[in-house]
Design a protein around this ligand. Structure first.
Ligand SMILES: Cc1ncc(COP(=O)(O)O)c(C=O)c1O
Length: 380
């Protein structure tokens, strides 16, 4: 990637600074992470796997990622094959590769907001003009496609969406995605869909439709971190047309070489066992999403759109206090850790990650309620 000046990453700075002080971690966006033992127990051949790791010579390994891992990733899509898969350093590395390979100064990029900040700050830093497509609470955090239509033109290189959406948990269905494809096709733009939460739909099939399966210029990014509870592996991917993969690999050679051999190996095992992991994770998020729903119902001065997928809920509050102050006071005085809307350029909101253990979620929300009573006494 070309050296560039870039804005600080709001959410990541917040997490770096404060997450370690959390007693009740409602900032976490991964479904409660697995230990190596838990992962190998799911597979039932832990001893053999550990022996293979002991014997592993720590070379760079298979540079693009093993066929085993790339094949397992391809299986998460209806039409992907191994050559469509680029293994990257997490979803964050995957997104970065896509932008650096495709976006140039003078291009236009459309990004939804709120979303993961990479999608507007990286293209901006690369010299593109970024247009923001707002996702609003009134519209259940889904895009207004007539607005999108007006934003695109022949300079639009890429439309960046995040489906399921962090922070709101909204989910674009196939019809909505097809409409976005039609708009992109009209101007020959790529669509990058950050799908790191795909696999965590609360109802119906766990894996909703992917942009890769709907559009030849559709690019999907994904990761082991959230859905598969293995953020510590730092394995993510891009799934794109072979032509786009070629362009991405030019950049990958400059910043990745390969991903870790042990990480590749363990990610392969996890994807082999995906049904078991997804069952565990869906049970956990459904239980915790209900705790959040009951909490929202019990609190008269907050509102949200019930998440349809993913691990986060975006709560609008009606108290006269800035979100950063509120989040800092919550952490300092109660140990409940949330992400302030300000870090996502959305003042007046708090992001609640509810995929950690249920006790932490329940107790953390109780603490926030107690704090709301204090704010009321203060006349806020
Ligand atoms: C939407 C989105 N994309 C990408 C990432 C990066 O995650 P990772 O690099 O662990 O896959 C995150 C992490 O919070 C995210 O929320």
């Amino acid at each position: 990637m070309i050296p560039m000046k870039i804005k600080p990453f709001g959410v990541e700075e917040w997490m770096n600074e404060y997450e370690n002080d959390a007693v009740y971690n409602l900032g976490e966006t991964c479904v409660k992470s697995l230990t190596v033992k838990e992962l190998l127990d799911l597979q039932g051949q832990g001893k053999k796997a550990l022996e293979e790791i002991y014997a592993m010579q720590l070379t760079y390994g298979t540079i693009p990622g093993t066929d085993k891992l790339r094949g397992e990733v391809a299986d998460l899509y209806k039409t992907a094959k191994i050559p469509n898969v680029v293994i990257a350093h997490g979803g964050i590395g995957a997104n970065h590769l896509v932008f650096s390979a495709l976006v140039e100064p003078g291009d236009e990029v459309v990004s939804v907001m709120p979303t993961y900040q990479q999608h507007y700050s990286i293209p901006e830093a690369l010299g593109a003009r970024v247009r923001i497509l707002p996702l609003r609470l009134e519209n259940e955090f889904l895009p207004d496609l007539s607005e999108l239509k007006k934003m695109v033109n022949e300079k639009t290189k890429l439309i960046a969406i995040n489906n399921p959406n962090n922070p709101s948990g909204s989910l674009m269905d196939k019809k909505c995605l097809e409409e976005i494809v039609a708009i992109a096709k009209d101007v020959d733009a790529y669509i990058l869909s950050d799908e790191v939460y795909r696999g965590l739909s609360h109802q119906g099939e766990a894996f909703g439709p992917s942009i890769f399966d709907l559009y030849e210029k559709g690019i999907s990014t994904g990761s082991m971190s959230k859905v598969f509870s293995l953020a510590g592996l730092r394995i993510g991917w891009v799934v794109a047309s072979e032509e786009t993969v070629k362009e991405i690999n030019v950049h990958r050679d400059y910043n990745t070489i390969s991903c870790g051999k042990i990480d590749d190996y363990l990610a392969g095992i996890a994807l082999e066992q995906k049904d078991k992991i997804l069952k565990r994770n869906r049970e956990l998020i459904l239980e915790n999403a209900k705790i959040v729903a009951d909490w929202v119902k019990s609190e008269p001065r907050i509102s949200y759109t019930k998440p349809k997928a993913g691990t986060t809920a975006f709560i609008k509050y009606d108290y006269r206090i800035a979100s950063r102050d509120l989040a800092l006071r919550l952490l300092r005085d109660t140990g409940a850790f949330v992400v302030p809307g300000e870090a996502l350029q959305q003042e007046g909101f708090l992001r609640i990650g509810y995929a950690n253990d249920s006790t932490s979620v329940r107790e953390g929300l109780k603490k926030i309620s107690q704090y709301f009573r204090i704010l009321e006494k203060e006349g806020k």
